[in-house]
Design a protein around this ligand. Structure first.
Ligand SMILES: [Zn+2]
Length: 306
């Protein structure tokens, strides 16, 4: 009788332990994934931006502060579930608002970006002085999340490369020229073999290729990141995966360039090429309205003048 009681008590204890550990795992929510010891990704909804959370024994490093301040606060809540330590460093993989507006949620962190990040942010702020009010008007939740908003630009800007060592973790920041913005950074964790690839490559989505972005630069960045031999690739937007993300991007640009080339050889104008080039293999990708910017880039890569 007594033994049975003890056994059932032990069973109940074991069951509660199993429950609490699974409850803890679920606590981080379905959008937070552990990639390696102390390395987490907070994935964006749909095509929203991804963020990295690197937990070290001396504090936390956050890579990109989320699509918007609602997301930033969710990232901060995730950090608090993982550790009582403060967020000491924020790294910007790019300066655009969908990666940087939420910096104010991490007020004690030193913000680090590639050279040009601050200038890009200040330019965007001047061009859209009402953007925070406009954002606050989108929903009551957004208005609440924006309380205490402050415009925070990078405190430290590096050129080419930078190494951060904090609490036993090493992060290598590598500047990527001409891949998406004026200031793109790949973040490589050599011990954990995780690379945050910025928006040089996105997943299942046509990327926007601004006039200073070139296809050769994007392909060079893909080659550079593949050579690091990462186990995990976290793109700026889209589901994290492996180096297949780079392979898929390479295939897409090769096919686009080949088709634009064929039309150029028929003597078509850039405007005609934009109307005629078809990429049915990628019809399911999001943001098809960005295709003309991709055609421009392919045309230029082939020696066409715009
Ligand atoms: Zn961007």
């Amino acid at each position: 009788m007594k033994t049975a009681k003890i056994a059932s008590a032990l069973l109940a204890l074991a069951a509660s332990l199993v429950l609490s550990s699974s409850a803890f795992a679920q606590d981080l929510g379905p959008r937070v994934k552990k990639l390696a010891d102390g390395v987490y990704v907070h994935t964006g909804n749909g095509f929203d931006s991804n963020s990295g959370i690197i937990v070290t024994s001396e504090g936390v490093i956050v890579i990109d502060t989320g699509q918007n301040p609602i997301e930033s606060r969710d990232i901060m809540a995730t950090v608090k579930k993982l550790t009582p330590l403060p967020v000491r460093i924020v790294i910007d993989t790019e300066p655009h608002g969908d990666h940087t507006t939420g910096h104010f949620v991490f007020p004690d962190a030193v913000v680090i970006a590639a050279a040009g990040g601050g200038e890009s942010m200040r330019g965007a702020d001047r061009a859209a002085p009402n953007r925070i009010q406009t954002m606050a008007a989108t929903s009551p939740a957004m208005k609440t999340a924006l309380e205490g908003y402050k415009f925070i630009t990078p405190h430290v800007e590096y050129r080419d490369k930078m190494t951060i060592t904090l609490g036993g973790k090493t992060l290598e920041l590598i500047y990527m020229k001409g891949v998406h913005s004026e200031s793109d950074t790949a973040v490589w964790l050599p011990q954990e073999r995780v690379v945050f690839s910025a928006s040089a490559f996105v997943v299942n989505q046509v990327n926007i290729l601004r006039p200073f972005v070139t296809i050769p630069d994007i392909l060079a960045a893909g080659k550079m990141m593949k050579a690091l031999n990462p186990e995990h690739v976290v793109p700026g937007h889209g589901t994290p995966g492996t180096t297949k993300i780079f392979d898929d991007g390479e295939k897409y640009y090769a096919l686009l360039t080949q088709r634009v080339d064929a039309l150029m050889k028929q003597g078509k104008s850039l405007d005609d090429i934009k109307k005629e080039v078809k990429m049915p293999e990628y019809a399911s990708w999001g943001s098809q309205d960005r295709m003309p910017t991709n055609v421009d880039a392919a045309y230029k890569a082939l020696g066409g003048r715009i």
